[in-house]
Design a protein around this ligand. Structure first.
Ligand code: TMP
Ligand code: ASP
Length: 260
């Protein structure tokens, strides 16, 4: 698929036009940012891993009837996806307290939540993506109450599926962020963006070792090794040792990507 002009560059991805007007190319960079761009770095190989992990997750979600923007992976760093009008909301689903929830309400990290907790954040870098209530969303026409109901329902289904999928490979899905948009071709509301260790908190089920972007946010080191571990457990990376335990965070190993 021929790559057209650059339409948008975000913190971790670049969007290019494609030969088809309703499809775009999503390119995964190695750049990492945290705390609204205050902390920045380049993590070699991260984009390749996120491309593969997100492809795997979005394909699995499509298989259970959760429509999303992924059309196909094009190469190591790029995916062909539906062009959508994105809702200006980040939907965060939490199963275990961590991150901003622990700070905002002084809840101990690791507290298991009685029910999955859905939070809405208004996507606005200048304001630092503030937490908003559903009433703000209706009032400012960011989404209608019907649209929000549909998306909330999808978030819970995605959470159920992902929790099971990760549990099966000895990983706890602590929380994650998703984005939705209206597909330009038919107006349908679908899941978009990416689901990867950049957008989830993933803890090893036995040791609670962090296998996600918190390793970058908190300067824990071994970021790529953690992302590789997630990919390996999901069956994406080819490696001789297929045991899920123990996790060895030793010297960085080359990323081997299995060709489909
Ligand atoms: P938080 O605890 O910092 O609010 O993050 C909740 C989840 O959302 C966590 O899995 C990380 C993810 N997330 C993003 O994907 N992008 C963001 O900009 C933020 C702030 C969080
Ligand atoms: N992605 C956000 C940023 O760039 C925040 C985060 O993931 O922690 O700053």
């Amino acid at each position: 698929m021929k790559k057209g002009k650059k339409l948008y560059e975000g913190k971790a991805k670049i969007i290019f036009a494609s030969a088809e007007k309703n499809l775009i190319i999503q390119h995964f960079k190695d750049d990492a940012t945290a705390f609204n761009n205050l902390k920045k770095s380049t993590i070699e190989g991260k984009g390749i891993l996120n491309n593969r992990i997100s492809e795997h997750i979005l394909t699995s979600l499509k298989d259970i009837g959760i429509d999303n923007h992924l059309v196909k992976r094009l190469n190591m760093r790029e995916q062909l996806v539906d062009f959508v009008d994105i809702f200006p909301i980040e939907f965060v689903i939490r199963n275990i307290a961590a991150g901003s929830l622990t700070k905002r309400l002084c809840i101990e990290e690791g507290t298991i939540l009685k029910n999955p907790l859905i939070e809405y954040y208004y996507k606005n870098d200048e304001l630092g993506d503030p937490l908003v209530a559903s009433e703000h969303i209706y009032n400012f026409d960011w989404a209608s109450s019907q649209e929000l109901k549909l998306i909330t329902n999808q978030c819970l289904r995605i959470n159920d599926f992902l929790q099971g999928m990760f549990r099966g490979v000895q990983i706890k899905l602590v929380d994650f962020k998703v984005e939705f948009g209206k597909r330009k071709s038919d107006g349908k509301i679908i899941l978009a963006d990416e689901i990867s260790p950049d957008t989830c908190r993933l803890w090893d089920a036995n040791t609670e070792r962090k296998l996600d972007k918190d390793r970058f946010r908190k300067d824990l080191g071994n970021i790529i090794e953690a992302y590789q571990e997630v990919a390996r457990r999901l069956g994406i990376l080819h490696e001789q040792n297929t045991n899920v335990r123990p996790i060895k965070f030793s010297k960085p190993t080359a990323v081997k990507i299995r060709k489909k």
